[in-house]
Design a protein around this ligand. Structure first.
Ligand SMILES: NC(=O)c1ccc[n+]([C@@H]2O[C@H](COP(=O)([O-])OP(=O)(O)OC[C@H]3O[C@@H](n4cnc5c(N)ncnc54)[C@H](O)[C@@H]3O)[C@@H](O)[C@H]2O)c1
Ligand SMILES: O=c1ccn([C@@H]2O[C@H](COP(=O)(O)OP(=O)(O)O[C@H]3O[C@H](CO)[C@@H](O)[C@H](O)[C@H]3O)[C@@H](O)[C@H]2O)c(=O)[nH]1
Length: 423
């Protein structure tokens, strides 16, 4: 099939590469001219494992443009533009509407419009009506994306499910989508346009709630001298609960969970529904770094003037994405408290607006540090030689922001290990 992808970010680029691998021809359009120029040169603007290889392997079927050409020839048009939060935390759908402004002159009745961006409930119905008012009888599909950054290619090729939202009178789009995704083996969930939009928000809200739940349990474990990793294992082996997303730490971040939980809260308020659980999920996440700061103060005293090495800036390992990164929030908070912070990340460069030193190597970050915080659980940090770490540091405090470091090895090296809820 001939596919047009509007928006070549994490989702658009990954989806384009995967569809090219499945045999389709994909034309990517992005309003960011620099991004398109880089992609045309063969440079990949983001770090995502396996993406560069796919884009190279299937380059004969992948094209990058910053204008509307090729929209007309597409069988399927995907919208993958961003929907970031506005100042009130509501999703800003202006990028979606601008993409529609671009599409409308070219789009025709034979085409299928697929929404991959995460959009507020009711958005696709509104777009359908807008198109109809403009005399365009285009079929519209809500096909939310569930990939995780850091494993985006694998997730796209092996999704747990494919959600397809359709209008009642659409008897064609399901087979279009099945043809498009032929080669990907996953159960289909077919629902209404609003249903598909709701599934996306509910999935992210549920996963975020699991994380906040285990973080609250971790606080209780701190109080009752219990190891939360045992609790996570003990409850997670119950298949009704499941073992995933029970890793306590400094909280969830990224471009999706914070934004989507807040968006769902806002959507609930708009309908006069009080979202008690979502509010709690967000509150726990918003206060988790303070929990760590209190622990640090109890061990280190005042943080002003202390040299603190923060390992990890990205919101999770295997990505260079820092959107809503808890590691970055932690860095900013420590800096505000007067600490002398030096940060390291294998892929991220500290943005200019963050007033913090960045070390080129882990070794450089650790030199003379009073405390070390692992804020993003990159493998390289988990595999550190803790005897060597001890030798480089001035102090002996290791804060495990992801409960993922080898506690015994750290303590055996004579360091003071502080996780959350580790007894
Ligand atoms: N990042 C993820 O892991 C992920 C996973 C699932 C769903 N989503 C959702 O997918 C959507 C895209 O997320 P992302 O992380 O890929 O965003 P992104 O910011 O990485 O990419 C969006 C791209 O769209 C381009 N763009 C914006 N408006 C445009 C327009 N009118 N015409 C052409 N190009 C335009 C931007 O220049 C940018 O390159 C969001 O709604 C997000 O919530 C993201
Ligand atoms: O047990 C856990 C699992 C994750 N996290 C944190 O939660 C955040 C999100 O992690 P993850 O879900 O792995 O990454 P994302 O790429 O943000 O993916 C989420 O958000 C995407 C965008 O909507 C969805 O498509 C995915 O299904 C959903 O997992 C990160 O800060 C993680 O460190 C924890 O603190 N504890």
């Amino acid at each position: 099939m001939n596919v047009c992808m509007i928006g070549a970010g994490y989702v658009g680029l990954t989806t384009a590469a995967v569809l090219a691998k499945l045999g389709h021809t994909v034309h990517c359009i992005d309003e960011n001219e620099q991004k398109i120029a880089a992609l045309q040169r063969g440079d990949i603007p983001i770090y995502e494992p396996g993406l560069a290889e796919l884009l190279t392997d299937y380059k004969s079927r992948l094209f990058f443009h910053h204008n509307e050409q090729h929209i007309k020839e597409a069988d399927v048009i995907f919208i993958c533009v961003g929907t970031p939060p506005d100042l009130k935390g509501k999703p800003d759908v202006s990028y979606v509407h601008r993409a529609m402004d671009t599409l409308i002159p070219y789009i025709g009745d034979h085409q299928t419009l697929v929404m991959k961006s995460t959009v507020p409930i009711g958005t696709n119905e509104r777009i359908y009506k807008r198109l109809k008012n403009e005399g365009k009888h285009v079929r519209i599909v809500s096909n939310p994306e569930f990939l995780r950054e850091g494993s985006a290619i694998y997730d796209s090729l092996h999704p747990d499910r494919i959600v397809i939202g359709l209008r009642d009178d659409d008897d064609r789009s399901l087979s279009v989508m099945q043809t498009l995704y032929a080669g990907i083996h996953a159960p289909y969930v077919v629902t209404s346009l609003n249903g598909a939009e709701m599934i996306k928000y509910a999935a992210n809200a549920f996963l975020a709630t699991k994380i906040s739940f285990i973080n609250e349990m971790a606080r209780l474990c701190d109080a009752y001298d219990v190891d939360v990793t045992d609790v996570a294992k003990g409850i997670g082996l119950d298949e009704r609960i499941g073992r995933h997303f029970l890793q306590a730490g400094i909280g969830y971040g990224g471009s999706c969970f914070p934004k989507d939980v807040t968006a769902l809260i806002q959507m609930a308020y708009e309908q006069m529904v009080r979202p008690y659980m979502l509010e709690a999920t967000k509150t726990i996440n918003d206060t988790q770094i303070y929990w760590y700061i209190q622990k640090m103060k109890r061990t280190l005293g005042a943080l002003a003037g202390k040299r603190i090495a923060v390992l990890g800036i990205a919101f999770k390992p295997n990505t260079d994405d820092i959107r809503e990164s808890p590691a970055l929030s932690f860095i900013k908070k420590l800096h505000a408290l007067g600490a002398d912070v030096i940060a390291h990340d294998p892929k991220v460069v500290v943005p200019n607006d963050v007033n913090v030193k960045q070390a080129k190597t882990i070794h450089e970050a650790l030199q003379k540090a009073d405390a070390l915080i692992v804020a993003t659980d990159w493998d390289a940090y988990k595999q550190l030689n803790w005897e060597e770490v001890k030798g480089m540091m001035n102090g002996n405090v290791v804060i495990d922001g992801r409960n993922s470091l080898p506690r015994e090895a750290i303590m055996n090296a004579g360091l003071n290990y502080i996780g959350v809820g580790r007894g």
